[in-house]
Design a protein around this ligand. Structure first.
Ligand code: T3D
Length: 263
């Protein structure tokens, strides 16, 4: 499949996926959804892939659903939004969450609606100081989707989740960092360099171990301590047989940098 609405490539273990409809603030239409779906399926099969970097082209990250596809002429039948969510947004979020590698989201500008929650579904979110997050749904009579009602209370607590979702106000990247919604907000001038440092580090890290960390942390909120301890045991057992664990220990004992292969 050739891509019109995204940029996609893999190099040195780093998969770069850029939403590329800048004149519409990278909002999603069906075609872009299809391309992202195809790209994520390809990367899940690519054994050279060690980390995914998701970002947007131009001045925005993503403004959610393209609303120009949602205008309802008087007398005509509205689009079934449930069908759209099921076909497009649910698989997008679950795929990112289940991807067996870290997903870094570089929020280069405004992230609104499903675009904001797409960012929150990623594992590490770095935003420019000029970026912002908007739960725009309440402004058009909708509910936060793409995991918004799941991620928000878990990340910032119920009071702030309610305020963000009900008011739909713009939250600055600085406040998003302060509130624990994202990992880091960095100056626009140094942001590209910071993001690169993170993905370069993750691209040579023990990928299977990182995937297991992600799995354990995702499972944690709904598990009891007993269940979580057993999950940690199972993951540790599995990782104890990995090439990267062997290499990590050998490198430590030999006082040399490890050469992880992701296996
Ligand atoms: O429908 C389903 O399948 C269900 C799923 C829904 C998921 C959702 O995401 S619903 C929420 C949809 N998103 C929004 O409601 C956000 C709409 N956008 C905005 O509120 C603002 O654009 C922003 C706050 C994000 C940014 O504001 P600003 O002032 O920086 O930029 P702007 O001038 O509003 O936007 C720049 C252009 O992008 C503009 O086009 P123009 O006038 O230059 O030709 C604007 O219309 C366009 N644009 C921005 N967001 C969208 C969009 N066009 C279509 N759809 C958008 N979501």
């Amino acid at each position: 499949m050739s891509y019109q609405h995204i940029l996609f490539g893999v190099d040195g273990g780093i998969v770069r996926l850029t939403l590329n409809r800048p004149d519409r603030l990278n909002s999603f239409n069906d075609a872009m959804h299809e391309e992202v779906r195809d790209a994520l399926a390809r990367l899940a099969e690519d054994s050279s892939a060690r980390v995914l970097l998701l970002t947007g082209a131009g001045r925005g990250f993503c403004a959610g659903q393209d609303l120009s596809d949602r205008a309802v002429a008087p007398g005509s039948t509205p689009v079934d939004l449930g069908a759209s969510i099921e076909r497009n947004y649910v698989p997008l979020i679950t795929r990112l969450q289940r991807l067996a590698m870290p997903v870094v989201c570089a929020v280069n500008g405004v992230a609104a609606g499903a675009g904001a929650n797409l960012a929150l579904a990623c594992d590490i979110v770095v935003a420019t100081r000029s970026a912002s997050f908007i739960q725009a749904f309440a402004k058009i009579g909708l509910v936060p989707d793409s995991g918004g009602t799941y991620f928000l209370p878990r990340l910032v607590g119920s009071a702030r989740a309610m305020g963000l979702a009900l008011l739909g106000d713009r939250l600055s990247a600085e406040d998003a960092e302060r509130w624990g919604l994202i990992w880091k907000c960095v100056d626009d001038a140094t942001y590209a360099e910071e993001v690169e440092k993170i993905v370069q580090q993750l691209a040579v890290a023990p990928t299977r171990g990182l995937a297991a960390i992600k799995r354990a942390l995702h499972a944690s909120p709904s598990n009891s301590l007993d269940t979580q301890l057993l999950l940690e045991r199972d993951l540790q057992r599995e990782l104890g047989y990995s090439d990267d664990y062997r290499e990590g220990v050998a490198a430590f004992l030999a006082k040399r940098p490890p050469q992880f292969t992701g296996r």
